[in-house]
Design a protein around this ligand. Structure first.
Ligand SMILES: [Zn+2]
Length: 219
């Protein structure tokens, strides 16, 4: 098989996010949404999961991932597990697409005021307040469905920086990209799918302008 470049789990074009080291949770979530539909193979997902395991409070990447409509898929050959619905290795791209789309739909709901997933994450124990740092931590279990694992990253950041998300969140209607430059893209566009009323003037680096949140105001 031809060698292919492994997509790095963090985007090198992201400069440091404002607001403290805890913005790494948002960065990890954005990286998944940005990259998971770009042809990720199991090793790419393992790399992303492994590099963010500490954010989740895990010792390492999980051996399996689950989407309710696709099933549970082993990330290593020979992993023994039981699940009601076992997915095949070739289902990975579908599992990633379904998980990513669930994240996009949920965050799109937030734009119209539906924040039930935040309560779900809290009551489900997938986010937890860190008393010492007054921050929120993503704490999903390795058995949670993949979209809930990704959403726990967004939930932790939204709970800590609610105003920032309410003021800046954009969810592209076309490609689902999550970004934070609503002045340029509107709430339903991205740098590649600008709303008809927007112009590209003043957008120096479209990708950077689109994906890098400005320093937030912590509530
Ligand atoms: Zn787009």
């Amino acid at each position: 098989m031809a060698q292919r470049e492994i997509i790095l789990p963090t985007l090198p074009s992201f400069p440091a996010l404002g607001g403290g080291s805890d913005r790494g949770t948002l960065l990890a979530g954005l990286t998944f949404v940005e990259c998971a539909n770009s042809g990720w193979m199991a090793r790419d997902l393992l790399l992303w999961l492994g590099s963010n395991a500490e954010l989740f409070g895990w010792p390492g990447p999980p051996a399996t991932v689950t989407d309710p409509s696709v099933g549970t898929l082993a990330l290593h050959p020979g992993v023994r597990f039981t699940a009601p619905h076992v997915a095949r290795a070739q289902d990975l791209s579908k599992l990633l697409a379904m998980s990513r789309w669930q994240v996009v739909l949920t965050l799109r709901g937030l734009l119209s005021g539906d924040d039930r997933f935040l309560k779900g994450a809290i009551f489900g124990g997938r986010v937890r307040r860190d008393a010492s740092a007054s921050a929120w931590l993503a704490r999903p279990t390795e058995a949670d469905v993949l979209s809930d694992i990704i959403l726990s990253l967004f939930a932790a950041d939204i709970l800590a920086y609610r105003n920032f998300h309410e003021d800046n969140l954009c969810v592209c209607d076309v490609c689902g990209r999550i970004s934070y430059n609503s002045k340029v893209t509107g709430r339903t566009g991205c740098s590649d799918h600008l709303p008809a009323s927007a112009t590209s003037s003043g957008v120096r680096d479209r990708r950077e302008a689109d994906t890098v949140p400005p320093p937030p105001t912590k509530r």
